[in-house]
Design a protein around this ligand. Structure first.
Ligand SMILES: NC(=O)c1ccc[n+]([C@@H]2O[C@H](COP(=O)([O-])OP(=O)(O)OC[C@H]3O[C@@H](n4cnc5c(N)ncnc54)[C@H](O)[C@@H]3O)[C@@H](O)[C@H]2O)c1
Length: 270
């Protein structure tokens, strides 16, 4: 019996990258796993992600492991789409006990979106994808958690939501991720009375198939000189934090931000 046997977890943005590592970890702990993604085959956009796949989708990978798993394509920026996807997954797997609101990301180049000359269209897009996407996902899932008086919600910020870049670039993403941290704290205050824990993780430089090539172009040595632990993080490092925040190990932890940045000091652009 795993720590999450008889629990149902939902991960947004779980078709590739760090979200896929969350899906595998929660499945290994015994949970049923639902995935919502804009594109359940988004791994095809990056060779390194596609190479890592052992089946045609994360859903198939989990099913091969014997996990009860279901997926739905939906855009988290649209509440109606998320809500419909949540209902579909809950009807297949049962009420959602665990939500990891992971879908997100920036837009444009790392040197773009300087705070004082923001591309306003891009700002809107990134705030919608990250902050609205998180709020929409929580709002769709929380009625079943309140009804069951149980839930573990993990939101996903970034070191960029805690520390500014030295040159003020990528401010759209940092602002959206900072908003997620404060939303998490309000949500924890609101939902504690229902037996629902709400926490946030703030990854630093994590070497996914999407980003590892960029890190290599930027120079790994340049990046790790600003990281206390002197290495790029892995999706599994993030999954370790998710394991803590979704199991009974964190039953008396709520409203916190768990830093998974290896002691990175500059914030960086991600
Ligand atoms: N990789 C890092 O170094 C890093 C660092 C800090 C924070 N993060 C955060 O962690 C999360 C996962 O990062 P990643 O590197 O695995 O990203 P990724 O781009 O590799 O994967 C994101 C997944 O989310 C999906 N997605 C994107 N927009 C969506 C939408 N509107 N609706 C539904 N699904 C959507 C994509 O299709 C993709 O499958 C993101 O929130 C990201 O901001 C990542």
């Amino acid at each position: 019996m795993g720590k999450l046997t008889n629990k149902t977890a939902l991960i947004t943005g779980g078709a590739r990258g760090i979200g896929r590592a969350y899906a595998h970890r929660l499945a290994e702990l015994g949970a049923n796993v639902g995935i919502i993604d804009l594109d359940l085959q988004s791994f095809k956009q990056f060779d390194a992600e596609a190479k890592a796949m052992t089946a045609n989708s994360i859903i198939e990978e989990l099913q091969c492991k014997g996990t009860h798993s279901a997926g739905a394509e939906a855009d988290v920026t649209d509440f109606d789409q998320v809500s419909e996807a949540v209902s579909k997954i809950a009807s297949e797997l049962g009420d959602i006990d665990i939500l990891v609101a992971n879908a997100g990301g920036g837009a444009g180049g790392l040197g773009d979106s300087i705070a004082s000359s923001m591309n306003l269209e891009m700002f809107k897009q990134v705030v919608e994808r990250n902050l609205y996407g998180t709020v929409n996902s929580v709002t769709a899932v929380v009625p079943m958690m309140k009804k069951n008086r149980y839930g573990k919600i993990v939101t996903v910020s970034s070191q960029a939501g805690i520390q500014a870049t030295p040159d003020g670039s990528y401010a759209h993403y940092g602002s959206a991720k900072a908003g997620i941290i404060m939303y998490t704290k309000y949500l924890a205050q609101d939902l504690g009375q229902f037996g629902i824990n709400v926490n946030c993780i703030a990854p630093g430089y994590i070497g996914t198939g999407r980003l590892m090539g960029d890190f290599e172009r930027m120079g790994i040595a340049n990046i790790i000189k600003n990281i206390a632990l002197k290495r790029i993080g892995t999706p599994e490092d993030c999954a370790n934090a998710i394991e803590f925040l979704t199991t009974n190990l964190s039953d008396y932890v709520t409203g916190t931000v768990l830093d998974v940045g290896g002691g990175c000091i500059r914030g960086g652009n991600i």
